[in-house]
Ligand binder design. Structure first.
Ligand SMILES: [Zn+2]
Length: 456
C-alpha cells in the first residue's frame, strides 16, 4: 500500500507522456510520410501503453493490498513501451537529415542484395559507431558514423548491422548455430582419453566454459560478420580487418564484450569469402597485415579451446546454410575484382557492392589515387540511394501507376514527389524502375493497393 502514491504519479505521468508521444508521431508522419509503417507500429506501442495505464488506474482505484504488488510489472512494461517510442525511435526519426536519408537508401540497396524482401523501413542515424536496434526486425534503426555522409570508409560495416535484423527475425538461425557449438564440444568431451579424476574435472570445467562462451549475442555477431562478407564480398573483409587494426586490441582476448575475439571474427570473414576472392591481391594484403598483428600476441589456452578453427569453420558452414534458408533471394558477391584501368571506371549501372569493392581495391592498392576517385563513386551511390528510397515509396507507385484492380497503366512516366527525377515503369511484372539513366529492379509493387500509411 505504501506504493500507491508512486503508482498514482506513474499513471499520471504515463498519460501525459503517451499524449505527447502521439502528437510527436503525428508531426513525424506529416513531415516524413515514407515512415508511415513505422509510425503505425509505434502508435500501436502507445495503444498498449495506454492499456497498461488503464490497468494501473484500476489497481489504484481498488487499493487492495493483494493487488498493489501486481502493479510493478505493469509499471515496467509501461516504461519499456514509452522508452521504445520516446527514447529509442523518436530521436532517431527526428534527427533524419540529408546524410541519414542517403545512408537509408544505401541500406535499402544492401538489403536488396541480401534478399531481405520482408524489410519495411529503415531509420538511419549518423551519430555514433555502427550499431543496430532491431526491436522491430522489419524496421530496424541502424546507427553509423557521421562521415558516411561524405565518405565510403567503413561503409561495408552497414551489412553487418542489417544482419542483426535477420538474426533477430529468425530464431532458427541462432538455434542452428548453438546446436553446432554443442555438437562440437560434445565431441571434444568424448576425446578426453585416460585422465586422472582431477585432470578430467578441470578439463570438463574448461570445456563447459568454452561451450557457454558461445551465447546468443556472440553467435549473432559471428553470423552478422559472415553475412556481411558473403553479400558485400572482399570489401567487407578488407574493411573489417582495417577497422580492427586501427584499434589497439588483443586479437585473441575472450573477455571484454559480447563480441567474439577479433581473430575468430576475421577468420570467419575470410572463410565466408568466395574461393576465388581469397587470392585477390587486396585480400592477401590485408590478410598479411592481420597475420603480422596476430604474431605479436600470444594465443591463450581459452582461445584455442573456445575458438578452435574446426569450430569456426563449422559455424561458417552452418551460417551459410542458414543464410540460404532464411534469405533464398540473397546474392553472394562473386564478381571478379577489377584490375587495370577498369578499376577506376564508375559504371552508371554499377551496384553498391561493385562500388564498395572498387573502393577497397583502390584504397589499399592505389591509395594515392583514392581521393580523386571517391567523389565519382559517392555520386553513383547517391543515385542508388535515391532510387532505392523512391522505389520503396509504394505510395507513389500505387497512386500513380495503377488505376485499380490488377490493371496496369503503363508504361508511363511521372514526376515523383521530389519533382526532379523522372521515372518510368518498363514492365510492371519484373518491376523495372528507371530514374534518369539509372535502372534497376523495383523492390515491391503493390498493384492497385493504396498504402495504409496514406490513410492515417
Ligand atoms: Zn554486431
Amino acid at each position: 500500500m505504501q506504493r500507491l502514491p508512486f503508482l498514482t504519479a506513474v499513471a499520471a505521468d504515463g498519460q501525459a507522456q503517451v499524449e505527447w508521444l502521439r502528437d510527436q508521431l503525428r508531426q513525424i508522419h506529416v513531415a516524413m510520410p515514407e515512415h508511415g509503417a513505422l509510425v503505425s507500429a509505434l502508435n500501436h506501442c502507445l495503444d498498449i501503453a495506454r492499456a497498461r495505464i488503464d490497468s494501473l488506474e484500476l489497481i489504484i482505484a481498488a487499493a487492495h493490498p493483494e493487488l498493489v504488488p501486481r502493479a510493478m510489472p505493469v509499471v515496467h512494461q509501461l516504461e519499456y513501451l514509452t522508452g521504445t517510442v520516446g527514447v529509442t525511435f523518436l530521436p532517431a526519426l527526428r534527427g533524419e537529415g540529408d546524410g541519414e536519408r542517403f545512408v537509408r537508401g544505401v541500406l535499402f540497396a544492401a538489403a536488396r542484395a541480401a534478399g531481405m524482401t520482408w524489410l519495411r523501413d529503415i531509420v538511419a542515424k549518423l551519430d555514433r559507431p555502427h550499431a543496430a536496434i532491431v526491436t522491430f526486425p522489419e524496421m530496424p534503426i541502424v546507427y553509423a558514423p557521421p562521415r558516411h555522409q561524405v565518405a565510403l570508409a567503413d561503409m561495408p560495416g552497414l551489412y553487418h548491422e542489417l544482419a542483426h535484423a535477420v538474426f533477430a527475425r529468425d530464431q532458427a538461425i541462432g538455434a542452428a548455430l548453438r546446436a553446432s557449438v554443442r555438437a562440437h564440444f560434445a565431441e571434444h568431451r568424448r576425446r578426453g582419453g585416460t585422465l586422472t579424476a582431477e585432470k578430467r574435472s578441470a578439463r570438463e570445467r574448461d570445456i563447459a566454459r568454452a561451450d557457454a562462451y558461445w551465447d546468443d549475442e556472440r553467435l549473432a555477431e559471428l553470423f552478422c560478420d559472415i553475412f556481411a562478407t558473403a553479400i558485400c564480398g572482399p570489401a567487407h573483409y578488407v574493411s573489417f580487418v582495417e577497422l580492427r587494426l586501427r584499434h589497439n586490441r588483443d586479437p585473441y582476448a575472450l573477455e571484454s564484450s559480447e563480441h567474439p575475439p577479433l581473430s575468430a571474427r576475421v577468420s570467419s570473414c575470410f572463410q565466408a569469402l568466395a574461393i576465388h576472392h581469397r587470392k585477390e591481391p587486396v585480400v592477401r594484403a590485408m590478410a598479411d597485415a592481420w597475420k603480422a598483428h596476430g604474431d605479436v600476441h600470444a594465443i591463450g589456452h581459452d582461445y584455442r579451446l573456445a575458438c578452435d578453427s574446426s569450430l569456426i569453420d563449422e559455424l561458417v558452414r552452418v551460417a551459410r546454410i542458414e543464410l540460404s534458408r532464411t534469405l533464398p533471394d540473397h546474392v553472394m558477391f562473386s564478381e571478379p575484382l577489377r584490375t587495370d584501368s577498369a578499376l577506376f571506371e564508375i559504371d552508371d549501372q554499377a551496384s553498391l557492392e561493385t562500388i564498395l569493392n572498387q573502393a577497397a581495391t583502390i584504397q589499399f592498392l592505389y591509395p594515392r589515387q583514392y581521393s580523386a576517385w571517391e567523389p565519382g563513386a559517392l555520386e553513383r551511390l547517391r543515385e542508388i540511394a535515391t532510387l532505392e528510397s523512391n522505389a520503396r515509396d509504394t505510395r507513389l507507385l500505387s497512386a500513380t501507376f495503377y488505376s485499380g484492380g490488377q490493371n496496369v497503366v503503363g508504361p508511363v512516366t511521372f514526376e515523383p514527389r521530389t519533382d526532379r527525377i523522372r521515372r518510368r515503369i518498363d514492365s510492371p511484372d519484373c518491376g523495372r524502375l528507371r530514374i534518369g539513366k539509372v535502372s534497376c529492379a523495383c523492390w515491391r509493387l503493390e498493384i492497385g493497393q493504396s498504402n495504409e500509411s496514406l490513410a492515417n
